[in-house]
Design a protein around this ligand. Structure first.
Ligand code: FES
Ligand SMILES: [Fe+2]
Length: 399
C-alpha cells in the first residue's frame, strides 16, 4: 500500500479512536436467513460465484520452482496446477485423457512427469501427453491432441487464479478492478513463502464464516481474552468500490506509533488490512507476511463449508532460521485457532438457529458496513432485489 494511503488510513483510525466513533453504514440491513439455508440459493451461488468466476487457489510461493504442482478439489472439478519448466503457471483438469482417472493424487510436490495410475499414460508439466505405453497395441493416436484439458489460469501480483470452467477465461481486470490491481503489487505477495496450512470443516454456511471477518464489533466480547488484547474493537476503516472492499482493523500498537513522525508510520503496525476478493477469499497482510483465507461451500449442504487458512512468510524472515519460523508458525496457528474456536463456533451456532426455521432475519448494524456490502454484492450479482437500508424504527418493525 502506498505510504500516503497508509497515513490517510492511520489518521482515520486515530480520528475514530479520539472521537469514539466507527465507520457508519448509514442505516441497518435486515438479511433473510434463507441465504444461509436455501438449497436453491446455494446452487445459484455455486453456479454464479464459483463456476463462473476465476478462483484464487493460492499464492505464487505455493509453486516455488519449475515442476512444482498442487491439486485442488474444492471447486467440483479436479484441478492440477503446475509451474511449467519455463516458469509459467498452468492449470488443467486433473483427469486422464484415456479414461478419466485422476492423474495426480498428491496434494502438492515437484515432478517432471505425471503418470496416470491406471495404464500409465504420462504427461509433462505443460500438460502434454508424452508417454502412452504399448501404443502399437492401443492404436495409432495423435498424442499431441490428447494432453490434459487446459483451464484458463493467470498469476498476477503473486496470486494464482484458475477458472474452473474449461470454456471460460480468467479476467483479472474485472475481478480485481483498478483498485486492487493498483494496490496489490505494493505488498509483494509473490515473494512470500508458504509456512502453515489449516483446514476447518465447519457446520455453517460459507458466508457465515466470511461474515465473522467482516466487523470488529465482537472483539471486546467474543475475543476479550485473545484478539482484544492486540486490537481496539469496534474501530475500523472501510472502503468499497463495486464488488471490492477493504477494511483496516485497528491494532493497539497504533497508540504508540501515532507519536512517531508520519514517515515512520506503517499500516501493518497500526492496523490489519483485510482485502476481500470476490467471492470467497480474504487476504490479510501483516508485518511478517500474509494470511490467505478461502471458504468453500458444500454443494450438498448449505449449512456446511470448509475454510482453508494459509500463512505465507516474508522471505527475509524465512531465511533467518528455525527460531523465527517456529515463532511465526506458532503465531499463525494461534490466530487460526482463534478463528476456529471462537469465530466459527459463533457461525455454527447461528447456523443451528437459522436451520430451525424460527429465525427469519438477522440484522446488520450501522457499524457493520462490510456485511452490508458482502451481502448486497451477492444479491446484486444474483439479480435479486437489493435490501433496503432501514432506519431504527423500520429494522424493529414487525418483530
Ligand atoms: S485412465 Fe489414465 S492411463 Fe488409462
Ligand atoms: Fe472474530
Amino acid at each position: 500500500m502506498r505510504h500516503d494511503e497508509q497515513v490517510r488510513l492511520i489518521k482515520q483510525l486515530c480520528a475514530h479512536l479520539d472521537a469514539g466513533t466507527n465507520e457508519d453504514a448509514g442505516g441497518f440491513l435486515r438479511l433473510p436467513t434463507a441465504v444461509y439455508t436455501d438449497p436453491v440459493r446455494s446452487e445459484r451461488e455455486w453456479n454464479e460465484f464459483f463456476m463462473a468466476t476465476p478462483q484464487c487457489i493460492g499464492l505464487s510461493g505455493d509453486l516455488p520452482e519449475p515442476g512444482s504442482f498442487l491439486t485442488n478439489n474444492d471447486l467440483g472439478i479436479p484441478i492440477l496446477a503446475t509451474r511449467d519448466q519455463d516458469g509459467s503457471f498452468k492449470a488443467f483438469v486433473n483427469s486422464c485423457s484415456h479414461r478419466g482417472v485422476i492423474v495426480e493424487t498428491e496434494e502438492r510436490g515437484t515432478t517432471r512427469r505425471f503418470s496416470c495410475p491406471f495404464h500409465a499414460w504420462t504427461y509433462d508439466t505443460g500438460g502434454a501427453l508424452v508417454g502412452l505405453p504399448k501404443s502399437e497395441h492401443f492404436g495409432d493416436v495423435d498424442k499431441s491432441c490428447l494432453g490434459l484439458r487446459r483451464l484458463s489460469a493467470e498469476e498476477r501480483h503473486g496470486l494464482l487464479f484458475v477458472h474452473p470452467n474449461p470454456e471460460a477465461t480468467v479476467d483479472l481486470d474485472q475481478l480485481l478492478g483498478e483498485w486492487f490491481n493498483d494496490e496489490f503489487p505494493t505488498w509483494n505477495f509473490g515473494e512470500l513463502v508458504p509456512l502453515t496450512r489449516q483446514e476447518y470443516d465447519t457446520a455453517c454456511n460459507w458466508k457465515l464464516a466470511m461474515d465473522t471477518f467482516g466487523e470488529t464489533y465482537h472483539f471486546s466480547v467474543l475475543h476479550k481474552e485473545t484478539l482484544f488484547n492486540a486490537f481496539h474493537g469496534n474501530v475500523q476503516c472501510y472502503d468499497e468500490t463495486d464488488h471490492l472492499h477493504r477494511m483496516i482493523l485497528c491494532k493497539r500498537d497504533i497508540d504508540a506509533m501515532r507519536l512517531l513522525p508520519e514517515d515512520q508510520w506503517d499500516i501493518t503496525v497500526a492496523g490489519l488490512p483485510v482485502y476481500w476478493i470476490f467471492p470467497n477469499v480474504i487476504l490479510l497482510p501483516i508485518d511478517a507476511g500474509c494470511f490467505l483465507v478461502r471458504a468453500y461451500p458444500d454443494r450438498n449442504d448449505p449449512g456446511h463449508h470448509v475454510s482453508r487458512m494459509s500463512f505465507y512468510l516474508k522471505p527475509g524472515l524465512a531465511a533467518m532460521g528455525d527460531e523465527i519460523t517456529d515463532f511465526v508458525t506458532d503465531l499463525a496457528q494461534k490466530f487460526g485457532n482463534i478463528i476456529r474456536e471462537e469465530d466459527y463456533v459463533m457461525a455454527a451456532s447461528q447456523q443451528t438457529a437459522v436451520n430451525s426455521g424460527a429465525v427469519k432475519h438477522v440484522i446488520f448494524g450501522r457499524n457493520e458496513p462490510t456485511l452490508h456490502h458482502y451481502h448486497q454484492t451477492y444479491s446484486k450479482l444474483l439479480g435479486e432485489e437489493l435490501l433496503p437500508l432501514l432506519d431504527a424504527a423500520e429494522v424493529t418493525a414487525g418483530r
